[in-house]
Design a protein around this ligand. Sequence first.
Ligand code: THU
Length: 147
Amino acid sequence: MNLFVDEAEQALAQRLWAQALAVQALAHAPYSRFHVGAALVDDQGHTHAGCNVENAAYPEGVCAEAGAISAMVVAGGRRIQGILVVGTGAQWVTPCGGCRQKIREFAAPHTPVWVANADRIQARLTLEALLPHSFGPDHLSPPKDTA
Ligand code: THU
């Protein structure tokens, strides 16, 4: 499996990996003890990161990807050009179903989604592979001439 399409993308993914690892260490995960970090690059080339933030009221916990997306939005970014998630262990930690939809709001079908652990970047997936036949903003914004 190809992890990167070219050297520029490899450099970007490695930058995201380092940032995701740095924030993974800051995760507030006293209940699951499962620390996750996420980092993304936006349409301006800026990067944003987030970690999971759990809550004693369990359903109120927030995933790492959601934190990274919030950071992008408050910084003025509106498109995700690539996102990387760092988990723990050999098994791929892919974004949960809810986070796939959250990524969908700001990304294109071909947008790369890397999964990694502390040892290596494990896989390069795409949003389309993770969330096929998805519902998105385009469903709510029909072209004016057909509306
Ligand atoms: N988690 C994430 O933050 N991102 C993922 O992609 C998978 C799961 C978090 C949610 C919860 O705090 C913990 O990992 C265990 O599910």
